[in-house]
Ligand binder design. Structure first.
Ligand code: C2E
Ligand code: MG
Ligand code: MG
Ligand code: MG
Length: 292
């Protein structure tokens, strides 16, 4: 028994718990320092629009330039930040940085819509929408150049809040995407009744579409269903040409994945986009228009 309640409210810690608590404190401090010292950065992954044949948007993905560990990926600190109350500060930084950057691209005459990931706690925050509105105004970014990615899990946990935020964002002209679609155990009919702009089919639904006929059938059907309901469908985690060709034939609207580009620092982004454009000029002949 390491914890005792009902005896005047004392908590007894074992040495192991003490160590665990120290580690948490240490990591929390490291993240706070990282924010203060500007160790976080955003990488941007191109999203290729199969209808227009160009990259017209990017997903912003956070990285941590750790002084000793090198580049640290979000899986290593975002869930932690969500649990220990740091996600709001990180989220505010991401929002600001992404909007500022997209506004600069737009002012330079190379507009790209930027997609930002928002975790559940950020989504439920009452300040989310006023924050975004203020940020858009401050940097003069047209709202249609911003998209917010919300996960299925977040929506299912608090459908009421989520719906309010989705409607609020879209009223402001900000696009909303359902991220990681197909990873939960959600009610598809319920999910697909939500007023969103895009559905992002999770990588796990697409990794074997070339080799596994059943997976292929499901993916093709979901693409059809999504489009029929008026969403644009984004395929995530596309890694090779055969997946790309199949998804294009299935009528997917967007492709995102290592096949086209990994998430890149801004310094490498526009060169990569130009290279994709050159590659695709030959590759992109008969893509049917939306609605055909
Ligand atoms: P996500 O939003 O589903 O992002 C897609 C993840 O898949 C990214 O991992 C991306 O690098 C990776 N990916 C893209 N294409 C491919 C591919 O072809 N193959 C493979 N194997 N992977 C691919 P990343 O950057 O490590 O991000 C992981 C997750 O962390 C994201 O999943 C998102 O949920 C979260 N995240 C990232 N940045 C932020 C942020 O700024 N705020 C919040 N709240 N969450 C973030
Ligand atoms: Mg995402
Ligand atoms: Mg995703
Ligand atoms: Mg994911």
């Amino acid at each position: 028994r390491v914890r005792s309640e009902g005896q005047g409210g004392y908590l007894f810690f074992s040495p192991a718990m003490r160590r665990a608590a120290d580690e948490i404190l240490e990591k929390e401090l490291a993240i706070r320092h990282a924010l203060e010292r500007g160790e976080f950065c955003l990488h941007y992954q191109p999203q290729f629009n199969l209808r227009s044949g160009i990259v017209d948007s990017v997903e912003a993905l956070i990285r941590w330039n750790h002084p000793t560990r090198g580049l640290v990926f979000p899986g290593d600190f975002i869930p932690f930040a969500e649990t220990y109350g740091l996600i709001d500060d990180i989220g505010d930084w991401v929002m600001m940085e992404a909007i500022r950057t997209a506004a600069r691209w737009n002012a330079e005459g190379r507009p790209l819509r930027v997609s930002i990931n928002v975790s559940p706690k950020q989504l439920y925050r009452i300040e989310l929408i006023p924050m975004i509105r203020a940020c858009l105004a401050r940097f003069s970014l047209p709202p249609e150049l911003l998209e917010i990615e919300i996960t299925e899990a977040a929506i299912m946990r608090h459908e009421e809040f989520s719906l309010q935020r989705i409607e609020g964002l879209r009223r402001d002209g900000v696009a909303v995407a359902l991220d990681d679609f197909g990873t939960g155990y959600s009610n598809i009919a319920q999910l697909m009744s939500l007023p969103m702009d895009r559905l992002k089919l999770d990588r796990s639904l697409l990794d074997a579409i070339v080799t596994d006929r059943r997976q292929q059938v499901v993916a093709v059907a979901l693409i059809g269903l999504g489009r029929e309901l008026g969403y644009e469908v984004v395929a995530e985690g596309v890694e090779d040409e055969r997946q790309f060709a199949l998804l294009k034939t299935a009528g997917c609207d967007y492709i995102q994945g290592y096949y086209l580009a990994k998430p890149l620092p801004e310094a490498d982004l526009f060169a990569r986009i130009a290279a994709i454009r050159a590659d695709m000029q030959t590759n992109m002949r008969e893509v049917p228009d939306r609605g055909q």
